[in-house]
Design a protein around this ligand. Structure first.
Ligand code: GLY
Ligand code: MN
Ligand code: MN
Length: 429
């Protein structure tokens, strides 16, 4: 049974169908832990989930540490995982440590998986969180190396990593302590069938958000009202939260890459850039469209729009196993876009493309970059070229998500139009 169930209210007064938090089967999480153990080949791996404080900001509900969630599907604060790969005569072991039942916490935050219920997640052994240090110490006796999420990750990862080291300081003395991030990044980059299906749900709900925005956009509406329509549509369509703060930038604000103040008013004749995606059962969508505020692109904006769209289509068409996302050369998708701007745009326009072409997406909107650049079947990434012309008061970005197939890719966001005429037709309807 799924560990947590939530209910969405769909429609005014309608009794809601229960929408379950979608986890993969216990067997899939087990395979991931085994694959990590095999990649490491010895030592002891310890991965901490977030505690209550790390997992929430003042205004958001708990969000689990992504690597930990990837390995366990455990979505509550204060847990930890130890994996001891098979080595020599010592057999493989895996232990999930969860907090003891706490009546006070349950009263405030609702029921938690106790030690007994956590068994349904399928980790071989489940122990109390307080047993972690003694168990790790014991398991490390005959093992030289300790692997974990060491300091170096962004933001909150740093806290978790530092706590791990502090907690295991005594155990770590005289041990070789190594970071596990690049191995996890490599595993996480290739998505399972279940992950692709869940990401598609995040995408589908986020497409509803974009279509809802196009209905409300007109001169005089505020960016915040557009963002509100988008968040409402994404949550109504099944997302539990947004995957990042909505970016709704009109006029000059469309040239600010991560603009999220959303406090200006849409002016006639300009464009509005919406980079908005939701999270569905923890998996992210990341989609950008740029549309005309008055419903029709001006000539200059249309020219730049079509230039970006041409580049974007070229890059999407070149996505296949073996292609490289970040490379500038002939097999590089970034190189394809750079050459497109050189050949089809005015001199120097390529210098207005001021960010990376794309990134992996999954449990995080910016999933960790795997050590190798070559794309493989099952990877999910964004293709998002843009041109930013602050001197002319506008920017254009078009961002789709694709999943790499055997011989190319499938555009997961393909249902959301991106041809200028198609956008204009929908806005006129
Ligand atoms: N929404 C952030 C990005 O496109 O990377
Ligand atoms: Mn992106
Ligand atoms: Mn984006």
């Amino acid at each position: 049974m799924n560990p947590r169930r939530r209910t969405f209210l769909l429609g005014l007064g309608a009794l809601a169908p229960a929408a379950a938090w979608e986890r993969e089967s216990a067997a899939i999480y087990s395979q991931r832990r085994r694959a990590l153990a095999e990649a490491v080949g010895g030592g002891l791996i310890v991965v901490l989930g977030y505690d209550e404080y790390e997992g929430r900001s003042g205004y958001s509900s708990f969000r689990q540490e992504s690597h930990f969630y990837y390995l366990t599907g455990h979505n509550e604060p204060g847990a930890a995982l130890a994996i001891a790969p098979e080595s020599g005569r010592r057999p493989y072991r895996e232990i999930l440590f969860v907090p003891e039942a706490d009546a006070h916490a349950s009263k405030w935050l609702g029921p938690r998986l106790g030690i007994d219920d956590a068994g349904e997640l399928g980790v071989d052994e489940v122990l109390s969180r307080s047993a972690m240090e003694p168990q790790a110490r014991m398991l490390l006796k005959e093992r030289k190396r300790l692997y974990g999420l060491l300091p170096g990750g962004p933001g909150r990862d740093r806290n978790a990593a530092e706590r791990l080291l502090a907690r295991l300081q005594e155990v770590c003395r005289r041990k070789d302590v190594r970071d596990i991030r690049s191995r996890l990044a490599r595993l996480r980059a290739v998505k399972s069938t279940g992950e692709i299906a869940t990401i598609q749900k995040a995408v589908d709900a986020s497409i509803e958000a974009h279509l809802a925005a196009w209905k409300v956009i007109r001169p005089g509406v505020t960016e915040q009202q557009v963002a509100g329509a988008m968040v409402g549509a994404a949550l109504t369509a099944g997302c539990e939260r947004m995957a990042y703060p909505p970016i709704v930038g009109s006029g000059l604000n469309s040239t600010i890459l991560h603009y999220d103040r959303n406090d200006a008013t849409l002016a006639a004749g300009g464009v509005v850039l919406m980079d908005v995606g939701g999270e569905y059962s923890r998996y992210a969508a990341d989609i950008t469209r740029t549309v005309p505020v008055s419903g029709v692109f001006s000539d200059r904006r249309r020219k730049i729009y079509d230039l970006v769209l041409g580049a974007q289509k070229q890059a999407v068409a070149a996505v296949k196993p073996g292609a490289r996302l970040y490379a500038h050369g002939p097999s590089g998708l970034t190189g394809i876009v750079e050459r497109w701007f050189e050949r089809h745009g005015e001199p120097g326009i390529g210098s207005r493309f001021t960010h990376g072409l794309g990134h992996h997406v999954g449990l995080d909107v910016h999933d960790p970059r795997p050590p190798e650049d070559e794309l493989q079947r099952g990877m999910v990434l964004t293709i998002e070229p843009g041109l930013y012309l602050p001197d002319e008061g506008f920017g254009v970005r078009i961002e789709d998500m694709v999943v790499v197939t055997d011989d190319g890719c499938r555009t997961m966001t393909g249902r959301l139009p991106k041809e200028a005429e198609a956008i204009e037709a929908i806005m006129a309807a």
